[in-house]
Design a protein around this ligand. Sequence first.
Ligand code: ZN
Length: 390
Amino acid sequence: MKKPRKILLVIALVLLGIYFLATAIVPQKLDKKFNTVTISAPYTASKRTQELYNSLDFVADLHCDALLWKRDLLEKHDYGSVDIPRMLAVNMGIQGFTIVTKAPKNMNFDSNTGETDQITLPFILQGRPFPSWFDLTERAIAQCDALHDFEEESNGSFRVIKSAADMRQYVSDRKQTNDITAGFLGIEGMHALSGKLENVDRLYDAGVRMMAPVHFFDNKLGGSAHGVSKAGLTDFGVEVIKKMQQKRMIVDVTHSSPKLLDDIFEITTRPVVSSHTGVQGICETVRNLSDKHLKKIAASGGLIGIAMFEPATCGNTPASTAKAIKYCIDLVGSDYVALGSDFDGAIEIHTDVTGMPLYVEAMLNLSISENDIRKVMGGNVKRFLLENLP
Ligand SMILES: [Zn+2]
């Protein structure tokens, strides 16, 4: 080999070595840095709370971003919000795994453009499949595949729910054992379609059953609550929503601008969900839902998933989440209220998943009835998925 060639080869090998070293170190560092808790585990609840908690069929939560971090969800971790062993430890039976594909730099609630992206570099450094580095649809599919890989490697302790039939089987199996848990796939931000209607089919085929039109910036479907235009649905957005509903995919309105919300309710014929929200009635920010839109979700037969972090609940304890839950129950009734933590959403969450009993305690402290607590903690999500999945 000639000398210059040899030098080039050495440089390439060194760079490759640095890359593999980074993939071993960086993902965990980012995960620990961005996903923190206000109240650390272990959590203890009163005897009355624990008795009620232990009598729940199972707990369900509509939203987490755990797939973003390349954490091995089959292993128990002492960081991050959620993994399968911790889900099993607290009888968490259904978790919505909701995929993020693009997030602008300096993310804020008021005004973001889609010009920058904070996900590309972490995705490269996580050693994700090459096609997912620069293509948002591939980036979503890589996260879907990761959840299916966990299912495959879980020895039957974890399943991905994709249909009402899956859900019926799961509920029936759950009557025999609590040693199984499950999740379903969602997406926040349909820039993951890369502007193509046919990618609805690709994402459906990859297992996605719930999608939110927008995330933190405006896209081809319409305006985000945190975007620049605050626009409604575009013609493309209308086409996508119609196609989703034909396929019985669930429309998630979290992060939509008020105009986008109005436009969605104008055309939807099926139940609409907000997977992780707060309520403007007690925490007035643009990310939270107004009474008008909460009522529209209930009228559609949908679900309002209440989040578990300060900017959504204007408080940093489970009590603040319970307060928003009570507000919704008083406004629209208990059949439409659920949990939508935003676990692992690059935020400081009140507690990790093992803190679930504390939310029951906080609801009891607000004199929410045991029957209503059962619905909010998981009963409503169970019913909703049985009735609305394909
Ligand atoms: Zn979100």
